[in-house]
Structure formats: structure tokens, C-alpha cells
Design a binder for this molecule. Structure first.
Ligand code: TYC
Length: 132
């Protein structure tokens, strides 16, 4: 978004032409004729947007072996065996649990990797993503 400040016959006191966030257009301050001129100062606001984040969750079921879930968490979510076991037991007792928080594309890739791996080993493990 550009913020425009229209100033008459002026040179900005708050930021000179060397300020990278300020640009001047038009005739400039001194035309040489001695008469006042108009300058348009466009202030460029640096805007960095934070990406949307998504939780990747795994769901409990009655058939997927506990060791397989621990293995999945180690393989795709860089957990050590202690952290993976805690998450697996949380899911086992509460029905659902968080594996991590990622940007959209990373989260989608993790879900696909887990689902493909579970299917390949014929386990019904479910993995989903949810916008934070
Ligand atoms: N409930 C499963 C069992 O008793 C273990 C399990 C844990 C399965 C977590 C899925 O996401 C899961 N074998």
C-alpha cells in the first residue's frame, strides 16, 4: 500500500531524498524560476506479511500399532523417540494430537507423506491439517 502525502512548496524535514522509504516525483523543490512548485512525496511502507500457519494432526484408531505411529513421528516430524512416544500416547488417550505447525505447502506435503506411508503398510492411520 502506497501512502501519498501531497505537500506544497516544501522539502521534507522528516526525511530527505536519501531515505529509502521516501521518493520524490514532480518538478522538485527549486525550479530556477523563483516561483514555488509542488512536490509529491510517496512514502513506501515496508510490508512483510506473515504466512498462514497450519497444524498437522494425527488421529487415533484401534488398529495402527503404537510403534508404527512413533516411527511416523520420528521419520516425518523429526521427533526423537521420547517426544514421538509422548505425542503417540496423547493421541491414544485423547483421540487427536498435533505433530507440528507449518506453512500450507509443507503441511500438505507432511499429510500426504504420512497417509501414503500408512497406506503402504496397510494401517488405517489418519493425518489431517487444520488452519491455525
Ligand atoms: N490406539 C492405537 C493402538 O492401541 C495406537 C495409536 C496411537 C494409533 C496413535 C493411532 O494416531 C494413533 N494400537
Amino acid at each position: 500500500m502506497l501512502q501519498r502525502i501531497l505537500m506544497s512548496d516544501s522539502v521534507p524535514a522528516f526525511a530527505g531524498p536519501t531515505d529509502p522509504a521516501t521518493r520524490m516525483a514532480g518538478e522538485g523543490g527549486r525550479s530556477g524560476s523563483g516561483s514555488p512548485t509542488t512536490s509529491v512525496i510517496t512514502k513506501v511502507k515496508p510490508k512483510t506479511k506473515r504466512p498462514n500457519l497450519y497444524r498437522v494432526l494425527i488421529l487415533n484408531d484401534d488398529y495402527t500399532p503404537m510403534e508404527f505411529v512413533v516411527h511416523v513421528l520420528e521419520k516425518f516430524f523429526q521427533m526423537d523417540v521420547e517426544a514421538a512416544t509422548k505425542v503417540m500416547l496423547h493421541v491414544h488417550h485423547h483421540g487427536i494430537g498435533e505433530c507440528g505447525v507449518f506453512t500450507y505447502e509443507i503441511a500438505e506435503t507432511k499429510v500426504t507423506q504420512v497417509m501414503d506411508f500408512a497406506r503402504k503398510h496397510q494401517h488405517p492411520l489418519q493425518c489431517v491439517m487444520e488452519k491455525k
